[in-house]
Ligand binder design. Structure first.
Ligand SMILES: Nc1ncnc2c1ncn2[C@@H]1O[C@H](COP(=O)(O)OP(=O)(O)O)[C@@H](O)[C@H]1O
Ligand SMILES: [Mg+2]
Length: 251
């Protein structure tokens, strides 16, 4: 795309930026670079661990690892593989990663809306005056057979209110979470500005666990907006584009 806004691909770099600050740290699931030691550390602490390419996007090449009675199960897209030991699992993950860096992240049990896992996109954009504004909140409702909710992985786009009510969260809670996430989005914008010049927009991927607690899974510096067009109500799409026009985003 031709519009101007800085891009940082490395999820590890961005996670470290957030973890420097106690306010953000409470939202960041435990994350470590992939190594044999770190794999064992994560497996000792969590029943589900995500294995994600550090420079990845679009939900591609993400593996979900789950502990089972006899060992571990990995899932890539819809394909599951069983392992009886962590060293066997490590060998396979290492082969899969090849020379690409990977991260390990505590798995969040995503809340489900009408039986489907979802997470939230918080779209944050800068005004001409340089102030960050959380312009849109929407949801990505995933295919229950997949490990990523991304639109490119067969996820669909929902409104925040409908998805939250489909997950049986009450309207008071939903409103409170909306303001919390909008505040968080603005704060992340300011944090990113302190580390690197030229950001005009950011997209936070926020998971809500079954208890309603929000977790930042990643911060996108090149967030996609076109999936918003699939909503019947186009007002959010137009709102994001009208903010985007100020830095040359046209779609
Ligand atoms: N730690 C996690 N716990 C639960 N689900 C996760 C976790 N990390 C990623 N996912 C799922 O995978 C999707 C893609 O992960 P993400 O970190 O956003 O990478 P990408 O850059 O590929 O979008 C998320 O939207 C979520 O559905
Ligand atoms: Mg994402």
């Amino acid at each position: 795309m031709s519009y101007k806004s800085s891009t940082i691909k490395s999820k590890w770099k961005k996670t470290k930026w957030l973890n420097e600050d106690a306010y953000f740290r409470q939202y960041v699931p435990h994350t470590l670079p992939f190594s044999k030691n770190n794999l064992n550390t994560m497996l000792a602490s969590y029943s589900t661990v995500f294995f994600k390419p550090t420079d990845g996007s679009g939900g591609r090449n993400i593996v979900r690892i789950r502990k089972t009675d006899g060992g571990y199960t990995s899932q890539l897209n819809t394909t599951k593989t069983s392992y009886s030991s962590s060293s066997q699992l490590y060998r396979d993950l290492n082969r899969f990663a090849g020379s690409r860096p990977y991260l390990l992240q505590k798995g969040i049990r995503l809340a489900k809306s009408n039986g489907k896992p979802f997470d939230i996109r918080v779209m944050v954009q800068k005004t001409r005056e340089g102030a960050w504004v959380s312009t849109a909140l929407f949801t990505k409702v995933g295919n229950p057979n997949k490990v990523a909710t991304n639109y490119n992985q067969g996820g669909s786009i929902g409104t925040f209110k409908n998805t939250m009510s489909g997950a049986n969260f009450g309207s008071a809670f939903t409103q409170q979470l909306e303001s919390e996430l909008k505040r968080l989005g603005v704060a992340v914008g300011r944090n990113f500005d302190r580390h690197y010049k030229g950001f005009k927009e950011l997209g936070l991927d926020v998971a809500v666990d079954s208890k309603g607690r929000p977790w930042i899974l990643e911060v996108n510096t090149r967030p996609q907006v076109y999936p918003l067009k699939t909503l019947k109500d186009k007002s959010l799409y137009h709102k994001v584009l009208s903010y985007g026009r100020q830095y040359g985003r046209t779609k």
